[in-house]
Write a protein that binds this ligand. Structure first.
Ligand code: FES
Length: 147
C-alpha cells in the first residue's frame, strides 16, 4: 500500500507528515497549537514558532508520523523517527490504544515483505485498523477500551 507523505518547509527545516502512521495522541496540536492545528488547511503552519520549538514538538510524536529533516549547506540531518539508533526494544501497552514498540524494527508482513520502522511503532490492538498490523487511530473512532 502506498502511504501518503506530506512535507512542510520553511528555511532549513522540513516537517515530514505520514498520516497513515498517526495514532492521534494529540500531543502535536495540544503542545504547539500555533504550528499544528487540525482545523486548518494546511494543518502545519511553519510560521507558528521558531524551528527549534517545532523540532522539539515533533520529537514528542509517539507514533513517528511526524519527523523532520534539517538541511544545512553541507549536511542533511534527519530527526524524530528517521535516524534513531536505539539498540534496545521496549514495549508499552497504551491505555485504550495501540501496542507501542520503541526501537528499530523490521516487520515482516503476511506476503513476506519487510517494513523497516524506527523510533516508535504503534501496532493495532483493537482490530479496527485499516492498516494492520499498524494502528491508524481507528481505536478512537470505535471507542476501544482496555476493560
Ligand atoms: S489500536 Fe489503534 S487502530 Fe487499533
Amino acid at each position: 500500500m502506498d502511504q501518503i507523505t506530506k512535507h512542510y518547509t520553511k528555511g532549513d527545516l522540513t516537517i515530514v507528515w505520514k498520516p497513515d502512521q498517526c495514532t492521534h495522541s494529540r500531543l502535536c496540536w495540544t503542545g504547539l497549537k500555533d504550528v499544528f492545528d487540525p482545523r486548518k488547511r494546511p494543518w502545519v503552519n511553519m510560521d507558528g514558532a521558531e524551528a527549534d520549538l517545532i523540532m522539539q514538538q515533533v520529537a514528542k510524536c509517539p507514533s513517528g508520523a511526524l519527523s523532520y529533516v534539517l538541511h544545512t549547506a553541507e549536511t542533511t540531518t534527519e530527526g524524530a523517527g528517521e535516524t534513531t539508533t536505539e539498540t534496545t526494544t521496549a514495549v508499552e501497552v497504551a491505555k485504550n490504544g495501540p501496542l507501542m514498540v520503541y526501537g528499530n524494527l523490521t516487520v515482516k508482513d503476511s506476503n513476506g515483505g519487510e517494513i523497516k520502522k524506527s523510533k516508535v511503532t504503534a501496532f493495532c490492538r483493537c482490530g479496527a485498523s485499516a492498516n494492520k498490523p499498524f494502528c491508524d487511530g481507528s481505536h478512537v473512532r470505535i471507542g476501544f477500551r482496555d476493560e
